[in-house]
Ligand binder design. Structure first.
Ligand code: MN3
Length: 243
């Protein structure tokens, strides 16, 4: 290795850290078994883009509040609930939710609410991007097979999101079995039922009220513009490999 000065060394270290951060499996911290945790306790992952990246579909003010306040609170409350339980604090969030029966009954609902909130939002940030494109390849074929066409899938998913009463999520599930659409209340995650979500939409009012007021259908329609189909396809490929 040639001799590097301090500045060159720092530059090289920065470049490899950036490369690591961009590796799909490293970047993914929810709903993928490959995640490795270094320490006990859960942390708020940074947004993978700027607060204003998804405008006009999702405005900066919503993004800031949603990530820095709501998601941060789920992480904090989860860590507080599990204080002193290092074996549970060391688990990847997906594993903790899959093994929710191992959580003491006294704090189980708190862990479902806040652990689900942490996992669901971690995925939510990642399945969105500016100019997310359209599904292609194996994922597009699976969508056609399960729903008849992309339009029919979109209609079914939107319907699930719009008709979920109160707070909750709409999901595209990759298995077991063929693709399906479902919704869940509150922060309940399909992972607790042994299902593998590959796309999730937050329909809590905090996700849209500042821009769309009570018009959830308008929010859902605009959200399709920022779905990262590349990320969903990667999740689909991982789910198929895992089953
Ligand atoms: Mn939310």
């Amino acid at each position: 290795m040639p001799h590097l000065n301090r500045r060159q060394l720092l530059k090289a270290a920065g470049a490899s850290a950036a490369a690591l951060a961009l590796t799909p499996l490293m970047r993914r911290t929810a709903f993928a078994a490959e995640e490795k945790k270094a320490a006990a306790g859960f942390t708020l992952p940074p947004l993978p883009y700027a607060y204003d990246a998804l405008q006009p579909s999702i405005i900066e003010r919503i993004m800031k509040l949603h990530h820095d306040t709501h998601h941060a609170a789920y992480v904090k409350n989860l860590n507080t609930a599990l204080e002193g339980q290092d074996d549970l604090l060391k688990m990847p969030i997906d594993e903790l939710l899959k093994n929710i029966d191992k959580v003491p009954e006294k704090i189980r609902q708190t862990v479902i609410n806040n652990g689900g909130g942490h996992a669901n939002h971690t995925m939510f940030w990642q399945v969105m991007a500016k100019d997310g494109g359209k599904p292609n390849g194996a994922l597009a074929r699976a969508i056609d097979q399960a729903f008849g066409s992309f339009d029919k899938f979109q209609a079914a998913f939107s319907q699930a999101a719009i008709t979920r009463f109160g707070s909750g999520w709409a999901w595209l599930i990759a298995g077991p079995g063929k693709l399906e659409v479902m919704s869940s209340p509150n922060q309940d995650t399909p992972v607790m039922e042994g299902k593998t979500p590959i796309l999730g939409l937050d329909v809590w009012e905090h996700a849209y009220y500042l821009k769309y007021k009570n018009l959830r259908p308008a929010y859902v329609a605009a959200w399709w513009n920022v779905v990262s189909w590349k990320d969903v396809a990667e999740r689909y490929a991982l789910a198929r490999k895992g089953s």
